[in-house]
Structure formats: structure tokens, C-alpha cells
Design a protein around this ligand. Structure first.
Ligand code: PLP
Length: 360
């Protein structure tokens, strides 16, 4: 068995227990006498799976009844376009808070459809969040957009910003299900699955139903949230296998104690890793404001640039995968999503100590 601890930012590690379940029923799913990948999405068995998945997700996140849950495709990037198309009138204002790579992408894409305004910009190198008091919000905005967790810079909103004049829309791609969440503070939450929810190919949208009635309806039915909500995300063939695996992840999360337990575990993992970095006497560094450090993505650098390549080679050989930082910031990054056990973080910290002793 050479399965290693995988620190990839995405597509990311999945819980081993879930992969084993999928392996055991890959050829025959339930009574289907076929794989779950080979049955009709409109058959009773698959419809029951989707209904069950939605119920489990609603329970995990305590999603209020006045929110629709959509199982879509196209990734978070497609949502950068669908959100303005669906919940704003053409050319209407929308406010964006820019805190790193992904919120900047969302802003740029929305500008094709709406008057996308920068309410605040943390500014490079994006290691802090702009204080809420300084945001310049419009009176006429259709929504306020944030990125809950900047996967590349490692900056995370610890809670929903308050006192907004328009519904809050947040990109949760790299932090959904990592801790409890007050859904009612948001108008719309979206996430590509491949960080913390399941495999690539599934995109979750949780949207307050009143926003589905808004004027700016896309002209293509397939791009319409309202149509997808009315058809239970089955306007066309959904991403059946990713939905099946995500449904297994939801069950796994419930067995692990739900999001309160996950949040405590993720807090411990992040605290241990940041403490190791901060306690290394400057050998390792994380530049992010400690108050907004991400629990999921921990970028760090070694004081000597040339050691990064050595670290990557040796860590990979030691069974610690995918620790290379995103090319936009360089250095190293450990993504420690739900599927990363505490033992994996402990193994990384041990390796970091050992590496420092040999190269410090
Ligand atoms: C990965 C990521 C994206 C892009 O996701 P795709 O599914 O590849 O479109 C967008 N936002 C955040 C915060 C991400 O982590």
C-alpha cells in the first residue's frame, strides 16, 4: 500500500473510507446489477440517491427551507458568469471585495454582464482582509460578492461580513463543509466540489429562493437557476458519479460527528501547522495576518528559495504529496481539507522539523 498523504489544493484528497465504499460497489451498485455510472439518472434508485444527498447536505449545514440546493456542473468558474446572469438585471451594479486570486477572477467575469464595482481591494500580496468599515458599498447593487477562502493566498473570512445593503454571495469552493456555517447570512453560496466535497465535475449552489425570481434571467434554460431548481437539477444529465461520491462524503461527515466535530478537528490541524511554521525561528514563514489565516490552505515559504525544490523532492519521497505552492505566490502550500487526517498533518510537521535540522 503506497497511498500517501495528499496535500493537493484540488482536485484534492477524498476520505479513504469513502473511496473504499465506492470500490466495493463499483461493479454493482445496490440492487442495480450495474455500476452507479451505468444507470439512468431518472430511475427511481438514482432519484432516491439525489433526494437523500440533498437531505443530508441540508442537515449538515442546517440549510433553511427557503433555500434551494442545486447540483450543477461547470465548476466555480461557470458560477462567476451564472451569478450575475441570474440574480442581477443586465448592467445592474454588483459589489466585489477583492481578497486574492479567485475573487479577482469572479470580478473580471461578472464585468461582462453587470456593472462590477470594487467595494474593497486588499491589495497585493493579499495577506490580510480589507476591514469591513472601509468597504464602499453601492445602494443599487444586486449583490455583494466575496470569496470565503482564497485557496491560493490562504486568507479566509472567519464569518460572514455584517450589515450589507444587498444579498451576500460567497465562493465557498475551498471551505464548504469545513466547519459550521450560518447559511441564513448569505443569499447565495457556491462551491466546486473538488476541494472539500467530492470529485471534480459537481458544483453546489445554495440559493435563497426569492433570488430565483429576479429579473436578469439568462436566455438559455440550461443556465437558469430557477429552471434548475424547478427541475431538481435534472434539466439534463447531471454529474451522476460525482453526486454519488459527494453523497457518500455527506454520510461520512455525519458519521464523523458533523460539521461541529469537523470544525474542531480542522481548527486543531491548522493551529498545529501554523504553530510549527511560526515556531521555526524564521526557517519557515507564513505571511498571512493570523486573524484571517485559512484553516484549509496553508501557504508557506522557506527562508532560502533554493530549498523549496529540495523540500518538494524529499517530502514527496517521504509520502507527503503535492506541497508545491501555486505559481502565483511560489513557495509551498499544504491544503488540509476534511479528508486530511490529523495524523497526516502530524507527519508533515515531523518532516518539517527533520528537514530544518538537516538544512537549517
Ligand atoms: C478552485 C477554485 C475555483 C475554480 O474552481 P473550478 O471548479 O476549477 O472552476 C474558484 N474559486 C475558488 C475559491 C477555488 O478554490
Amino acid at each position: 500500500m503506497t497511498r500517501a498523504y495528499n496535500f493537493s489544493a484540488g482536485p484534492a484528497a477524498l476520505p479513504e473510507a469513502v473511496l473504499r465504499e465506492a470500490q466495493a460497489e463499483l461493479l454493482e451498485w445496490g440492487d442495480a446489477r450495474a455500476s452507479v455510472m451505468e444507470v439512468s439518472h431518472r430511475g427511481a434508485a438514482f432519484e432516491a440517491l439525489v433526494a437523500d444527498a440533498e437531505a443530508d447536505l441540508r442537515r449538515l449545514l442546517a440549510i433553511p427551507d427557503d433555500y434551494a440546493v442545486l447540483f450543477l456542473q461547470g465548476g466555480a468558474t461557470q458560477q462567476f458568469a451564472l451569478i450575475p446572469m441570474n440574480i442581477a438585471a443586465p448592467g445592474q451594479a454588483a459589489d466585489f471585495v477583492v481578497t486574492g486570486h479567485w475573487s479577482a477572477k469572479a470580478l473580471a467575469e461578472a464585468g461582462t454582464y453587470v456593472d462590477a464595482r470594487i467595494a474593497a481591494d486588499a491589495g497585493a500580496p493579499y495577506v490580510a482582509l480589507p476591514p469591513r468599515a472601509g468597504w464602499r458599498l453601492s445602494d443599487d447593487a444586486a449583490y455583494v460578492h466575496i470569496c470565503q477562502n482564497e485557496t491560493i493566498q490562504g486568507v479566509e473570512f472567519q464569518e460572514a461580513p455584517a450589515d450589507l445593503p444587498a444579498p451576500l454571495v460567497s465562493d465557498f469552493s475551498s471551505t464548504l463543509l469545513s466547519r459550521p456555517l450560518d447559511v441564513s447570512r448569505y443569499g447565495l453560496i457556491y462551491a466546486g466540489a473538488q476541494k472539500n466535497v467530492g470529485p471534480a465535475g459537481l458544483t453546489l449552489v445554495i440559493v435563497r429562493r426569492d433570488l430565483l425570481e429576479r429579473a436578469g434571467q439568462p436566455r438559455a434554460r440550461i443556465l437558469s437557476y430557477a429552471e434548475q431548481a424547478a427541475q431538481r437539477s435534472m434539466l439534463n444529465t447531471p454529474a451522476t458519479f460525482p453526486i454519488y461520491l459527494a453523497a457518500r462524503v455527506f454520510k461520512w461527515l455525519e458519521r464523523e460527528g458533523g460539521l461541529a466535530a469537523m470544525g474542531e478537528r480542522n481548527r486543531r490541524k491548522a493551529q498545529a501547522l501554523y504553530a510549527a511554521i511560526d515556531g521555526s525561528g524564521g526557517f519557515y514563514r507564513n505571511p498571512v495576518d493570523p486573524a484571517v489565516r485559512s484553516w484549509m490552505n496553508v501557504p508557506f515559504a522557506i527562508h532560502e528559495e533554493r530549498l523549496h525544490a529540495v523540500f518538494l523532492e524529499e517530502s514527496d519521497a517521504a509520502g507527503l504529496l503535492a506541497l508545491k505552492g501555486h505559481k502565483a505566490v511560489g513557495g509551498l502550500r499544504a491544503s488540509i481539507y476534511n479528508a486530511m487526517p490529523e495524523a497526516g498533518v502530524a507527519a508533515l510537521i515531523d518532516f518539517m522539523h527533520d528537514f530544518q535540522e538537516r538544512h537549517g
